[in-house]
Write a protein that binds this ligand. Structure first.
Ligand code: GBH
Length: 456
């Protein structure tokens, strides 16, 4: 595919933060190095049939050893920031108690290498790799995990806090709740449906307690990375509207409103949480310096059984028929190799609706993930995807939404959870036989676009 030559991007503010994202379990490998404990994902992936291509995260992209090469790529790309995650079981192998100095040393080296390359480190403290020792005690279904998370956050902040300015507590507690505890398609493989909801509350509480721990260590700038997308209603019928509202409640509002407004959006739902939650909500709702949004696509939702309800595999996720809502295929847009519709204007819609819903309670927004899976190194489709989404982002800013940064998912191809290595989200191609990194066309396009922005 030849590289399209789109018109120059609109100009973003001078101090706008440009970055790329990764996560530990998806890139590090070296799962037994330096006394690292097992994570719930190590255990899940080792079970037959869990990962579609039969792979596991033991080697991944070997970033643990190859990080100097990856930092050099970041420098060449010209991003100002790099969002990575710290693996809890690498730092605290059993989740609480003894700390691994070797584990901390790795992140220490990474942070120093990033700073030397002129790239600001933006660590996420938790991106789904729960220490297996805690998972065996109930994982995020139990309250103690939130407290142990805050103790671990303190350990990381103590070590890195002199050089890290911007922190992220959690990545997408919604996906871990739904896919990990509700449907069992991600680690820890539990299928609790609505009984998974305590995992949402305890992650949110863990977020709040971690904010307190980070502030106590003097952290300058703290956010969360929640996944959000507009929910589109299949029809104006009462049944479809109710189903879409419930989907929006569970995937969007349940995770935004405790953080932004200090309350749960619905009383029936709150009754399923381990109560009383009033005091916890005060902890959860402490002010943030910015609110991170991972955006991928809108979701079209109707009542189950309705015409058009997607059967079987939906966007890589198998939704059981007993759920009270049914996502439907969105027609009329291009699709990524993963089958996800490409709808840049839904990013504008999402941001404007957040602004309308939350007004003054919404701190500045950072897009902490946005990206797509396509095969190939000459990835014109990814260029078109990024170009379209950056224009949509700029439009939301022109409409008055205060957006301070944008991070592409992902720096390089990596372990895409239950999909294994089959889905490639990287700006950099990884050959899994040799672990060689090759920048794709989209990498060069973004590098040039950032140079252009810097000239302005
Ligand atoms: C993120 O999750 C993760 O943070 C990251 O680790 C991951 O590698 C990356 O995205 C790419 O997947 O239309 O209802 O079927 C993404 C969350 C959840 C977004 C599923 C797309 C499709 C939902 N995704 N969603 S649906």
């Amino acid at each position: 595919m030849t590289e399209p030559v789109p018109a120059a991007l609109p100009r973003f503010p001078r101090d706008f933060v440009w970055g790329v994202s990764t996560s530990a379990a998806q890139i590090e490998g070296a799962v037994a190095e330096g006394g690292r404990g097992r994570s719930a994902w190590d255990v899940f992936a080792a079970e037959a049939g869990r990962i579609k291509d039969g792979s596991d995260p033991r080697v991944a992209t070997d970033h643990y050893r190859r990080y100097p090469e990856d930092v050099a790529l970041l420098k060449e790309l010209g991003v100002g920031a790099y969002r990575f995650s710290v693996a809890w079981p690498r730092v605290v192998p059993d989740g609480s108690g003894a700390v691994s100095q070797a584990g901390l040393d790795f992140y220490d080296r990474l942070v120093d290498a990033l700073l030397a390359a002129g790239v600001a480190p933006v660590p996420t403290l938790f991106h789904w790799d729960t220490p297996q020792a805690l998972e065996e005690g109930g994982g995020w279904l139990v309250r103690e995990t939130a407290e142990k998370f805050a103790a671990y956050a303190d350990v990381v902040a103590e070590r890195l806090g002199d050089r890290v300015e911007r922190w992220i507590t959690l990545n997408e507690p919604a996906e871990l709740t739904l896919l990990g505890y509700g449907l069992g398609q991600h680690a820890p493989g539990r299928q609790l449906l609505f009984e998974a909801l305590p995992a949402a509350h305890h992650q949110l509480l863990g977020h709040g307690l971690a904010v307190q721990a980070l502030r106590a260590r003097g952290a300058a700038s703290i956010g969360i990375a929640n996944s959000h997308g507009p929910t589109w209603t299949a029809s104006a019928s009462e049944a479809d509207t109710a189903a879409a509202d419930l989907y929006d409640l569970l995937l969007n509002r349940l995770f935004a409103e405790p953080v932004l407004l200090g309350r749960y959006p619905d009383e029936e739902l709150a009754a399923l949480l381990p109560g009383p939650v009033a005091d916890d909500l005060k902890v959860i709702a402490q002010p943030l310096d910015w609110y991170g949004i991972n955006y991928y696509q809108p979701t079209l939702v109707g009542a189950p059984g309705a015409e058009g309800a997607a059967a079987g595999d939906f966007g890589g996720i198998r939704l059981p028929p007993e759920l009270p809502f049914a996502p439907q295929e969105i027609e009329g847009y291009p699709r990524t190799d993963f089958g996800w519709p490409v709808v840049p204007e839904a990013l504008t819609e999402l941001l404007v609706s957040f602004q309308e819903r939350y007004g003054d309670r919404l701190p500045p927004v950072v897009i902490t993930e946005n990206g797509c899976s396509y095969e190939g190194i000459e990835d014109g489709e990814r260029i078109a995807f990024l170009d379209g989404h950056l224009r949509a982002l700029h439009q939301a800013m022109a409409a008055g939404v205060d957006v301070r940064g944008y991070f592409v998912w992902s720096l390089m191809d990596n372990f895409e959870w239950a999909e294994g290595y089959a889905r490639r989200f990287g700006l950099v191609h990884v050959d899994y036989a040799t672990l060689a990194r090759t920048p794709k066309a989209s990498f060069r396009w973004l590098r040039d676009a950032l140079r252009e922005q810097a000239r302005g």
